[in-house]
Every structure is written in structure tokens, then in C-alpha cells.
Write a protein that binds this ligand. Structure first.
Ligand SMILES: [Zn+2]
Length: 326
């Protein structure tokens, strides 16, 4: 064999080896799951806490600052078991697919602190999510994409959390208030289904949605949803209705109605107050989050603004839960 042929053969062998190593490396890298991919198992404790934010999907600094405060809250309280995303998960036009780069930019990398890494994020869809590919958000959840923390099993769903003497501690009906067909017929049906008499009647009844029923911010005059849903919420003895859409923090409590909490300061631009009456207990045009602590004796709500002001606390004692004596 001539020397030049030998040289070519050797170079070819080195090139092949390098290509092979590169291939192995790529397989190892691409085959990796994110650290701590979350399992679908869930304990059922007697006390349960969760953090709730809406209108968070801006990908901007306020979203990251709220996320850092949530991480501190989750680290300080081991009862925090999950988070709620109250819609407008991705500004301005939702996501395009399960591989849209916004998943990393506006969700995975934002809530990446260790204390948040093990928490599922139960979500509802906002109006901005409907400007994009809603099915992609459902698919991302159903396929356990990313860290498997984003949970949106359907456009509307019901889930029980915790237990109290053999009963579910709290049942949450996640409704879709973007579906306005027939006076919100689908949302009304889900509320009825969730809270009609069942063998496993829950101690507490919560409804989670994107749009508020009562608000004293930008959407104060939007009364369609209130007319359609409020009678059903009262009939179903719902004790707490959580929403976003109005970009601020609010607590509204009126006799014989559910307590309304708005946590719309998750990361987008803020909306000011446009009115008030005696039912408005708290309004803060601030970024921040809501913490909810649930036990058999009561629900405790804490609205935590980032502005440095103290948190606003509100309690729904068990004895008053159906009387509306707040
Ligand atoms: Zn909205």
C-alpha cells in the first residue's frame, strides 16, 4: 500500500470516529429529560395551600419578579402543593405549537426555582391564549411536555385536592369563560356537574376562570358573565371564585355571594381602579400573587403585592361559608 493511500485511510478513520462520537453525544443530549420531571402522583393531605397568578405570560421582568416571590412563598410553606395559572398564559397571541419557543421563555424558565420545580401548574385559558393554538396548550399538557408541570387536561375540568374525614377537602371547577355560546352554557353545565350532590361531596367549592364576575378595574362594566353565572354560583354554594383578566389584585366580598379574588398581576401591564363600593375589601394595581390556604376550619386568602406593602389577608371561616357573613 502506498504511503498516500495509508494517510487517506487514516484520515477517513479519524473522521468516522469523530462523526460517531458526535452522534453518540447528540443522542445522549437529546435523550435527556429535564431534571426532576414531575410525576402525576398527588398526595391528599388535610391542609393544602396553593399560589395563584393570572395574566402572567408576558416573558418580561415583572413575570420573573413575581415568580421569584412565589418561589420564596413555596419554600417557606411546605403545604404549598400546586400553582394556578388563571389564563393569558402567553401574550400576545398564545402559542403556535408544543415546540413554540415561548414554552421555555414564558413558562419553563420563569418558574424554574427549586421550590417551584416540583409543583404542577393547573391552568385555564385566557382570551390571549385563544388568539393562538389552544390545542397546542392541551397537547403540551396531555403529552407531559417539558417538565410535565403545565396542566390543562381539557378546556374545562374538575379536580379534587386534599381530604377531610374521608371527603375531598376542596373541589375546583376550572371553567372556560372564553366560550360565550348560549350564555356560557358549557361553563354553567360544568359548575352544575361539579357541585351537584355526589357521594364524595367536597368540604369547599371553588371555581377558577380567566374572566372576573365582579371587578372594580378595567372590566367593571362587563356584566354579561355576571348575569349568566352568578345565579349558578350561588345555587351551587360556591364559596370562592378566582380569576384574572383585570391586571391587579382585588378581594370582593358581598353578602350571599361567593368571595371573589382577582390575581391578575402575574406579569403583564397593570390596570387602575375605576370604582368602589362596600363589597370591595382590597384593590391594588400591583404585580403579585395570591396564596390560598385551605383546611377543614377555613380558607385563608393572602394577596401579596411586590410593591413592598404588606400582604392583604382575608379569611372565610367554615361556619360562615354559606351565610356570606364576611
Ligand atoms: Zn385576559
Amino acid at each position: 500500500m502506498r504511503a498516500s493511500t495509508l494517510l487517506i485511510a487514516r484520515r477517513l478513520a479519524i473522521a468516522l470516529l469523530a462523526f460517531f462520537l458526535l452522534l453518540v453525544g447528540a443522542f445522549v443530549y437529546l435523550g435527556q429529560t429535564p431534571p426532576g420531571k414531575l410525576s402525576n402522583d398527588f398526595e391528599q393531605p388535610e391542609r393544602i395551600s396553593f399560589l395563584a397568578i393570572g395574566d402572567q405570560g408576558s416573558g418580561q421582568l415583572p413575570q420573573r419578579r413575581v415568580a421569584a416571590a412565589m418561589a420564596d412563598a413555596a419554600e417557606a410553606d411546605p403545604n404549598v402543593r400546586f400553582c394556578l395559572l388563571l389564563g393569558d398564559n402567553f401574550y400576545g397571541h398564545g402559542v403556535t405549537s408544543v415546540t413554540d419557543w415561548q414554552w421555555r421563555w414564558k413558562f419553563e424558565s420563569v418558574y424554574s426555582a427549586v421550590a417551584l420545580w416540583t409543583l404542577p401548574f393547573y391552568s385555564v385559558l385566557g382570551n390571549h391564549d385563544y388568539l393562538g393554538n389552544v390545542q397546542a396548550q392541551l397537547d403540551y399538557s396531555q403529552q407531559g411536555q417539558g417538565s410535565n408541570r403545565f396542566r390543562l387536561p381539557a378546556r374545562q375540568y374538575i379536580r379534587d385536592f386534599g381530604q377531610a374525614a374521608g371527603r375531598p377537602l376542596v373541589r375546583i371547577a376550572f371553567i372556560d369563560t372564553n366560550d360565550t355560546a348560549n350564555d356560557f352554557a358549557a361553563a354553567r353545565a360544568l359548575i352544575k356537574q361539579a357541585f351537584s350532590a355526589t357521594p364524595s361531596e367536597p368540604l369547599w367549592r371553588i371555581v377558577v376562570a380567566h374572566h372576573p364576575i365582579r371587578t372594580f378595574g378595567r372590566y367593571r362594566d362587563d356584566t354579561e358573565l355576571r348575569k349568566a353565572l352568578l345565579p349558578d354560583l350561588i345555587a351551587a354554594k360556591v364559596q370562592l371564585y378566582l380569576s384574572g383578566h383585570d391586571h391587579n389584585l382585588q378581594l370582593i366580598a358581598a353578602p350571599n355571594e361567593p368571595v371573589f379574588a382577582i390575581s391578575g398581576g402575574g406579569g403583564a401591564g397593570l390596570y387602575p381602579k375605576t370604582g368602589a363600593d362596600t363589597s370591595l375589601r382590597y384593590f391594588n394595581a400591583a404585580h403579585g400573587y395570591l396564596k390560598v390556604d385551605v383546611s377543614a376550619s377555613g380558607i385563608h386568602l393572602g394577596l401579596h403585592p411586590l410593591s413592598g406593602e404588606p400582604a392583604y389577608d382575608f379569611a372565610i371561616p367554615r361556619a360562615d361559608a354559606h351565610a356570606g357573613n364576611y
